[in-house]
Ligand binder design. Structure first.
Ligand code: UDP
Ligand code: MG
Length: 323
């Protein structure tokens, strides 16, 4: 296989409006570095023209490669596939919508050369994003920090450069609910941040609706923490103690002042609603973990590829097509 210094990994889901500009800015930056590189686009089951446009680029530029998914598997799986097939000594993971500036890549490579294994982009500011998104992201990163034992840097997305050895380490982690930035913190190695201003999307709309954001948040918390389960047992212990005390109180009251017994419908209904609510919530938390165990137990591949372009000879480490 040819020697490649840097693989740029770009997930693409319905991004027809940004592809030409992303390609132009990426190749400009990479050409200036004057080293061998490849750009791996992952078409994550787009329904628009994305696949046709990427195939066209693959025809005219052999440094452009494409992994075409059989359906939409999600952003985190897409970048995982990119890393599985990348050939570079280092790889850069970058969003396809130009919110992460490609112009930062030369600096990242400089820092990597000076001896760091992971150079992650830390957002100094985020432009063109709704107050709701910024607010929920802020809360999420802080909550995640409180709940997990792994030190996952705050305000950091997937935009980063990683060394090949980090990628090889990640390949050893077979889990299905993937929160990639968390996994990268988990494997360790020498990491450092580079700050940047996150700009607006070049065109199009976010491909992360609330549903996908919630899934990512749940994956982040559930894959790195048992604390929700522990909260469930603490809360359960506390509530049963409290209700036991109340039981004693009620019994004594009945024994000492038999005539004080009240009709008590309101209090019974309130207590029962409260407890049933808590029980359902706790069952839900337990169910989340069981669902994840079930997913792992099925052992399905992480993704299905329908086509590889300009790298048909490469073998994915874990999941092969047509076999
Ligand atoms: N993306 C993807 N699959 C998905 C959703 C998003 O590959 O199911 C890609 C998308 O094309 C983009 C990147 O992931 O390159 C980040 O998505 P987006 O910009 O929509 O997220 P946001 O920046 O709004 O959080
Ligand atoms: Mg974006």
């Amino acid at each position: 296989m040819e020697k490649i210094l840097c693989s740029v990994i770009v997930p693409m889901y319905n991004e027809e409006e940004v592809i030409p500009e992303t390609y132009r800015r990426l190749t400009k930056v990479m050409d200036d570095i004057n080293e061998s590189y490849e750009i791996i686009f992952i078409n994550d089951g787009s329904r628009d023209n994305t696949k046709a446009m990427l195939s066209e680029l693959c025809k005219t530029d052999k440094r452009v490669k494409m992994i075409d998914f059989a359906r939409n598997f999600g952003h985190q799986i897409a970048i995982t596939a990119g890393m599985d097939y990348a050939a570079g000594d280092c790889m850069v993971i970058i969003d396809g919508d130009l919110q992460d500036p490609p112009e930062l890549i030369p600096d990242m490579i400089e820092i990597w050369r000076s001896g760091f294994d992971v150079v992650y982009g830390k957002r100094k500011s985020r432009q063109g994003e709704t107050f709701f998104k910024k607010f929920t992201a802020k809360i999420f990163y802080r909550l995640l920090g409180k709940l997990t034992d792994v030190d996952i840097p705050v305000d950091t997305g997937d935009f980063r450069l990683i060394d090949r050895k980090v990628c090889e380490a990640l390949k050893q982690l077979p889990e299905r609910s993937r929160y990639v930035r968390g996994l990268m913190s988990w494997v360790g190695f020498k990491q450092t941040a580079i700050e940047f201003e996150r700009s607006e999307r070049f065109a199009g709309e976010t491909k992360y609706p609330l549903k996908k954001m919630l899934k990512l948040a749940m994956d982040g918390i559930m894959s790195f923490s048992y604390k929700p389960l522990r909260i469930a047992s603490y809360l359960g212990t506390f509530l049963s103690l409290a209700s036991f005390l109340y039981l004693i109180f009620v019994l004594l009251q009945k024994l000492i002042f038999p005539e004080s017994a009240q009709s008590g419908w309101a209090s019974i209904i309130a207590v029962s609603l409260f407890f049933n609510g808590i029980i359902l919530l706790m069952l839900g938390i337990i169910g989340e973990y069981i669902g994840r165990i079930y997913d792992e137990a099925k052992g399905r591949p992480l993704y299905i590829i329908s086509e590889l372009k300009n790298m048909e000879d490469r073998k994915g480490p874990r999941f092969k097509i047509n076999e």
